[in-house]
Design a binder for this molecule. Structure first.
Ligand code: HPA
Length: 278
């Protein structure tokens, strides 16, 4: 389970995908909890259930479909993950990073990574979108980094820079199209925790004190792998709930999924506009 990835495992998946479609995607899109609807809009060349992809981490969580959709969106060739697997499901960080490695070998130059997140910043409200400007790699600091193990030199260096994980040009583009569309976009720092339990009020006070704006259970491993391989990253959090800093409210998965019905259309509109402007 904890075996690091090697190129053969990654390329076995790429070969499998190539038997279904010749399309060469330029942009990868990872859709988080309750945000899968975008994939339905794609003029698809192939829809491949994750079960058909050797070694691919399959999502077991409600709200996450499990298929890879390859086709065109806004005239751009894309590969879209409709649902993702998480560390808390029992996958290793390396397995969580496999899909991004596959996208990189398929030739993708940018990835748009989405998630549902709890607002640690008290100014944020459910339904808000937050552009991720940076992340706090708390799990990485504790040894859970998808790049652990032999370095895959074909992708990038042993010690990759992480000062600019979230691409400044893509951020500028997202701000610009957000303004044009009249969308109020928040910006901030995302933290990925292991989950699956939500945070205690003490956890949340610690995160707030550490400069975190939004908390979730994904994105950071994928963004780390993307950055290592020189892939440009745009990260967008859909704020699904207010984090429970004072211990007065409960956080439930149902509330996170419900927020997806509001957040989904907003995230879709933003990602489509960014794709058009690319
Ligand atoms: N905490 C952690 N992960 C989450 C949350 C939260 O409040 N909301 C959505 N994903």
């Amino acid at each position: 389970m904890d075996e690091p990835l090697n190129l053969e495992r990654i390329d076995a998946v790429v070969r499998m995908i190539r038997t279904r479609t010749e399309l060469k995607p330029e942009v990868g899109i990872i859709l988080g909890s309750g945000l899968g609807a975008l994939a339905d809009d794609i003029e698809s060349d192939a829809r491949i259930p994750y079960d058909d992809l050797p070694g691919w981490p399959v999502s077991t969580v409600q709200g996450h479909m499990g298929q890879l959709v390859i086709g065109e969106l806004e005239g751009k060739p894309v590969v879209v993950m409709q649902g993702r697997a998480h560390f808390y499901e029992g996958y290793s960080m390396a397995q969580v990073g496999l899909p991004v490695r596959v996208m990189q070998r398929m030739g993708v130059s940018s990835v748009f990574i989405t998630n549902a997140a709890g607002a640690v910043n008290p100014d944020f409200e459910p339904g808000d979108l937050m552009l991720i400007t940076d992340h706090l790699n708390l799990l990485g600091m504790m040894g859970q980094n998808p790049l652990r193990g032999p370095n895959l030199d074909v992708f990038g260096p042993r010690f990759p820079d992480m000062s600019r994980v979230y691409d400044r040009d893509l951020l500028a583009l997202a701000r610009k199209v957000g303004r044009e569309q009249g969308m109020a976009l928040r910006e901030g720092v995302y933290v990925c925790l292991a989950g699956p339990s939500y945070e205690t009020p003490a956890d949340l006070r610690f995160l707030r004190f550490s400069g975190v704006d939004a908390v979730g259970m994904s994105t950071v491993p994928e963004a780390t792998v993307a950055r290592h391989g020189g892939t440009r990253v745009l990260g967008v959090s859909g704020i699904s709930n207010k984090a429970n800093l004072d211990g007065e409210t409960l956080t439930t998965h149902e509330e996170v999924l419900e927020a997806g019905s509001v957040l989904g259309p907003k995230i879709i509109a933003l990602l489509r506009a960014v794709l058009r402007a690319l």
